[in-house]
Ligand binder design. Structure first.
Ligand code: APR
Length: 340
C-alpha cells in the first residue's frame, strides 16, 4: 500500500506528473491537491485502468485547510510542484517571493499531518525552497534530512540528452553515467561528465568550445523552454518526466529494490543530516550545507550519498565550476533559511 500526494497537481507539471504516477503499479492511492481544479484532474485520471485510486482535494475557500490535510493524511510520499512558473526575463530567484510562502505553508501542513512522509520539492527556486522546508520542519521538531529531497533530476536528464547529442550516442546510454551536482539554477549547476572511463574517452575528443557550450546549455537549458513558450511558462513535460524518474527511485526503494545504476540520480539534500555529510560540506564545500549529490536510497529515504570528490574523478575545470556554484548556493540557502 503506497499513498502518494501531489501538491499543485492541476498545474503544467502537476498534471503530467500525476499521469505518470497513475501508471505506476506500486501506487495504490494517488491524492491530488491543488487550490483549483484538483477534482477535475482526479476525475479524469481515475478513468485509467490502473490500480491507484485517485482522489482530488481542493479548498472550498481561502481559509479552508481540510482539503490539504485530507490529501496528506497517511501519505508515504509528497511531491510538490505547486507555485508559479517562470516567465521570460524572470530568473528562478525572481520566483522566490511568491513560491517561498507557498512552500512554507504546504510543508508546515506536511510536518503536522504526515511527519514521516518523504518530501520531493520541485517548486523553484529549489536552492532556496528546500532550505525553507528544512527550517519549517525543524521548527516543528519533525525534520528528517533523509526524507527531504530537492528534485534536480531535470539537470541530469538535460545533461544526458545534450551530451548524447554531442557524442552521437543514444541518450539512454548516458543515464547514470553523468552526475550533476551543486544546485538547480544557472551556474550553481555542475555537470560531472568524466564519471566513467568510456564516456571520458569520448569527451576528451570534444573541443574546449564544445565542452563549454555543453556546460552552459545544461546550466541555462531551462531558459530555452521559457523563451520558446513565450510567456506561457517554463518546462513542464520534461520536468514532470524528471520528477517522476526521481519519484520512481523512491518508490522502488520503498519496495526494497536496490538501484542498479552505475551512479544513482542526484538530489539536493541537507548534508549534515546524512552520515559523512558534514565532512563533505566542511572539507570540499566551504561549509555549504545544501548540495545536490548522487543519493543511495533505502526504504524511501537516503541511506548514503556518493562523495563526488572522493569517488568520482573531479577535474580541475569542474572544481572551478563548483567554486562558482558555492557562492550562489550560499546566498540562496541563507535567503531561504532567513525567510522562515
Ligand atoms: N497549494 C497547492 N497548489 C498551488 C498553490 C498552493 N498554495 N499555489 C499554487 N498552486 C498550484 C496552481 O493552482 C497550479 O495548478 O500550483 C500549480 C502550478 O502550476 P503552473 O502554474 O502550471 O506552474 P508549473 O509550470 O507547473 O510550475 C510550478 O514548478 O518547476 C517549478 O518553476 C516552477 O515553481 C514552478 C513550479
Amino acid at each position: 500500500m503506497v499513498k502518494v500526494t501531489v501538491c499543485g497537481a492541476a498545474g503544467g507539471i502537476g498534471q503530467p506528473l500525476s499521469l505518470l504516477l497513475k501508471l505506476n503499479p506500486q501506487v495504490t492511492e494517488l491524492a491530488l491537491f491543488d487550490i483549483v481544479n484538483a477534482k477535475g484532474v482526479a476525475a479524469d485520471l481515475s478513468h485509467i485502468n490502473t490500480p491507484a485510486v485517485v482522489t482530488g482535494y481542493q479548498p472550498a475557500n481561502k481559509e479552508d485547510k481540510t482539503a490539504v490535510v485530507e490529501s496528506l493524511r497517511g501519505t508515504d510520499l509528497v511531491i510538490i510542484p505547486a507555485g508559479v512558473p517562470r516567465k521570460p526575463g524572470m530568473t528562478r530567484a525572481d520566483l522566490f517571493n511568491i513560491n517561498a510562502s507557498i512552500i512554507r505553508d504546504l510543508v508546515a501542513n506536511i510536518g503536522r499531518t504526515a511527519p514521516n512522509a518523504a518530501i520531493l520539492i520541485i517548486s523553484n527556486p529549489v536552492n532556496s525552497t528546500v532550505p525553507i522546508a528544512a527550517e519549517v520542519l525543524k521548527k516543528l521538531g519533525v525534520f528528517n534530512p533523509k526524507k527531504l529531497f530537492g528534485v534536480t533530476t531535470l539537470d541530469s536528464v538535460r545533461a544526458e540528452t545534450f551530451l548524447a547529442d554531442l557524442l552521437n550516442v543514444s541518450p539512454g546510454s548516458l543515464q547514470g553515467r553523468i552526475s550533476v551536482i551543486g544546485g538547480h539554477s544557472g551556474d550553481t549547476i555542475v555537470p560531472l561528465i568524466n564519471a566513467s572511463p568510456e564516456v571520458a574517452r569520448k569527451v576528451s575528443n570534444l573541443t574546449t568550445d564544445q565542452y563549454n557550450k555543453f556546460i552552459n546549455r545544461v546550466q541555462y537549458g531551462g531558459d530555452e523552454v521559457v523563451k520558446a513558450k513565450n510567456g506561457a511558462g517554463s518546462a513542464t513535460l520534461s520536468m514532470a518526466y524528471a520528477g517522476y524518474r526521481f519519484a520512481e527511485n523512491v518508490l522502488a526503494s520503498l519496495a526494497g529494490k536496490e538501484s542498479t545504476a552505475a551512479i544513482p540520480d542526484s538530489s539536493y539534500i541537507y548534508l549534515p543530516g546524512i552520515p559523512g555529510g558534514k565532512e563533505l560540506s566542511t572539507k570540499y564545500l566551504k561549509g555549504v550545507d545544501f548540495f545536490s549529490v548522487p543519493v543511495v536510497l533505502e526504504q524511501g529515504q537516503i541511506k548514503s550519498f556518493i562523495n563526488p570528490f572522493e569517488i568520482l574523478k573531479v577535474t580541475e575545470g569542474e572544481t572551478k565550476l563548483v567554486q562558482v556554484a558555492l557562492e550562489g548556493l550560499a546566498k540562496s540557502i541563507d535567503q531561504g533559511t532567513a525567510f522562515v
